[in-house]
Design a protein around this ligand. Structure first.
Ligand SMILES: Nc1ncnc2c1ncn2[C@@H]1O[C@H](COP(=O)(O)OP(=O)(O)OP(=O)(O)O)[C@@H](O)[C@H]1O
Ligand SMILES: [Mg+2]
Length: 267
């Protein structure tokens, strides 16, 4: 039977007066591939950071492998955090380090691997994401898609049991997006990794997710498999996944920052 690796119990999150999530509960089992979607600014990245223990909830609990995460000591939390990898929405690459060094740096900092083993991992993961040729180039010398792939390689090189991807295909062309998703899927399958990914690119969401969920209005609506999601009765889900201009989300999106890419992407 699948065992829960991560659990949110009645989690709420606020920043001052700004209520982001309210009473969210979620169970993620070993090997799950969960996709989070939802309008811009409704809390997808925050939810990912809550699950990774990088943000503390205002209320409620994060349970990691059966442990109440924020009741643990800092050292115990670090042990659990090391089982997790994250591709941040903006990649968070080190601009002054080459591609190879970007992968090597966290390995040096957080593992006891020898230099030879680190070199091997760097080569293995640069090759896995198709960046072997770019090993000595700096982030601003490679394209946006290559930066995403480097971010993925850096997260994966730490050999995480749980990996979080925040919008791994944002701003990429449809073919590169598809390739990146295939890479994420094949690497997850190879290692049996648990994956939680944020994307509003619905084709890629259906390609990747065993299960989908929508973050909207402070709620988390678990919409189910891709097929169940397509049939989902909640009018917000219905409007969002089709990108309909009229529906319950319209007023909400119009008041959101116009510069933001607020909705689902359909290509
Ligand atoms: N550290 C923070 N301090 C204060 N407010 C924050 C912080 N992080 C996020 N927020 C606010 O929380 C809300 C949700 O942000 P979040 O980044 O999770 O949205 P999102 O759904 O990921 O949006 P997008 O699709 O644009 O990436 C926003 O109103 C944001 O301004
Ligand atoms: Mg985000």
């Amino acid at each position: 039977m699948a065992s829960p690796v991560l659990e949110l119990k009645s989690v709420s999150l606020s920043f001052g007066e700004n209520k982001i999530l309210s009473d969210v509960s979620l169970v993620i089992n070993q090997g799950d591939v969960l996709v989070l979607m939802g309008p811009s600014g409704h809390g997808k990245s925050c939810l990912l950071k809550l699950l990774a223990g990088l943000l503390a909830p205002t209320r409620g609990e994060l349970i990691v492998e059966g442990h109440n995460f924020f009741s643990l000591t800092e050292i115990e939390r670090d042990v659990l955090r090391r089982k997790m990898g994250m591709l941040f929405q903006k990649n968070a690459l080190f601009d002054s380090l080459t591609s190879a060094e970007n992968i090597g740096f966290p390995l040096n900092e957080t593992t006891t691997l020898s230099n030879i083993e680190i070199e091997k991992r760097i080569s293995r993961f640069l090759t896995a994401v198709g960046l072997a040729e770019a090993r000595d180039r700096y982030p601003d010398e490679i394209s946006g898609g290559m930066q995403k792939r480097l971010g993925i390689a850096r997260a994966l090189a730490l050999d995480p049991q749980i990996i979080f991807y925040d919008d791994p295909t944002a701003g990429l062309d449809p073919i590169t997006s598809r390739k990146i998703m295939e890479l994420i899927i094949s690497l997850a399958r190879e290692q049996g990794t648990t994956v939680v990914a944020v994307t509003n690119d619905m084709n890629r969401a259906y390609q990747l997710g065993h299960k989908l969920a929508m973050v909207v209005d402070g709620e988390l609506i678990v919409t189910g498999t891709p097929e169940e999601t397509k049939q989902h009765k909640d009018p917000r889900v219905h409007q969002f996944i089709r990108g309909d201009l009229k529906g319950p989300l319209t007023a909400m999106l119009e008041s959101a920052d116009q510069n933001h890419d607020s909705g689902a992407r359909h290509d």
